[in-house]
Design a protein around this ligand. Sequence first.
Ligand SMILES: [Zn+2]
Length: 151
Amino acid sequence: MAAIKCPHCGGLMYETLTECPHCRGPVDPQKVIEEARQQEIEAKQKEIKDKDDEILDKINNIYNNEKRNVEDRKVARAEYEASLDMEIKNVSKKSKKVANDKKSIPIIIGIFVLAFVVAWVWAIGVEVKNQLIANGYLVMHLKQAWGMFQF
Ligand SMILES: [Zn+2]
């Protein structure tokens, strides 16, 4: 035998009675039991729904956190790639400069050698001319050459 609550005064009474022993109100025990069961079911359903909502919230939080992490990683990756590009550009710039420096060394040596040869030939020419003038050969040859045109 179970106890039920009187719907009029809330007092406890046996489920076999049809009249409340406290307030003398008419009671339908079957209806009271059914309503109590209904309330219990609704409370359970609400509890289950709350749990579901809680789990959904947790899943959403995990998903959003993961999404944010993925976005953060994308940004970090883009930054890293940009820095790598910069480094590659710097290295290729440096290697181009080294290649240019290597190219310019033979050119500079060539210019020096050429300048030396020109100066040397010029000095020999001046020396030969001075010798010829000193010996009077140049004057003689010039006179001969001039004479060839005197028909
Ligand atoms: Zn009552």
